[in-house]
Design a protein around this ligand. Structure first.
Ligand SMILES: Nc1ncnc2c1ncn2[C@@H]1O[C@H](COP(=O)(O)OP(=O)(O)O)[C@@H](O)[C@H]1O
Ligand SMILES: [Mg+2]
Length: 231
């Protein structure tokens, strides 16, 4: 589902006269199979978010190639990435990243608007999705009128609405209490087992790593461990 070969990434900081290279990822090789949950762990600053941003086209690698769902996406333009993400990738973040001025309904509807679906079809899909994430009746609430767990479910609804084969999550449980976290992990397991969605989840959290089929550890921008397979 995802193949990464010889991936290197550097950021360049400072003014042109004093531009400095900051190497962040070195020679990352990685395969994620369809239907896997892969946890990416590692200290703060080890390059986890950079890796996810490279896999989602938000930044371009300095070197190396990325294949997703059979497509070489390495040299995609921004427009190609935008289309590709809409069809293939869902995102879940620690801070939910909902748009505060839009209702829960409108947040979930947004990807369908971007795909150009008509109003009737959008409404039907969004209402079904609110049932699925167990938020029926809260469609008209703004994010500020929802609990953290509910906001996370809205963000999952937004990720799922276009049926992506892959979901990327960056510290998805970082803002949740233990009970809500257990619920979220149960839902991720369900989506993985029943709907065969592939997950790549960045986490600090042992609980999250415990639902993964595989754990990858990043240290100073290199993969130092590719297993630790947990059931
Ligand atoms: N846009 C950027 N410009 C310069 N350096 C960056 C940028 N983004 C991240 N970094 C640096 O890259 C390293 C890895 O960051 P990041 O991928 O966010 O790590 P993690 O998610 O594991 O905490 C850090 O040293 C960070 O300071
Ligand atoms: Mg990070």
């Amino acid at each position: 589902m995802i193949t990464v070969t010889n991936l290197h990434h550097s950021f360049f900081v400072g003014k042109r006269s004093n531009r400095q290279e900051v190497p962040v990822l070195q020679d990352v090789n990685l395969t994620v199979d369809k239907g896997e949950i892969v946890a990416v762990i590692g200290r703060s600053g080890s390059g986890k978010s950079t890796l996810l941003n490279l896999l989602s086209g938000y930044i371009k690698p300095t070197q190396g190639e990325v294949f997703i769902d059979g497509t070489n996406v390495t040299n995609f333009s921004e427009a190609e990435w935008a289309d590709f993400r809409l069809d293939h990738l869902g995102f879940i973040f620690q801070s939910f990243q909902l748009i505060p001025s839009m209702t829960a309904f409108e947040n979930v509807e947004l990807p369908l608007m971007m795909k150009g679906l008509g109003e009737k079809e959008r409404k039907q899909k969004v209402m079904e999705m609110f049932e699925k994430v167990d938020l029926h009746g809260l469609e008209g609430n703004y994010p500020s009128e929802l609990s953290g767990g509910q906001q996370q479910r809205v963000s999952i609804a937004r990720a799922l609405i276009v049926n992506p084969p892959i979901i990327f999550a960056d510290e998805p449980t970082g803002s949740l209490d233990t009970e809500t976290e257990t619920e979220l992990l149960g839902f991720i397991k369900y989506l993985n087992e029943v709907e065969n969605i592939t997950f790549v989840i960045i986490t600090h959290d042992e609980e999250v790593a415990s639902i993964a089929n595989r754990t990858i550890r990043l240290e100073n921008g290199s993969i130092i461990e590719k297993d630790g397979a947990l059931v």
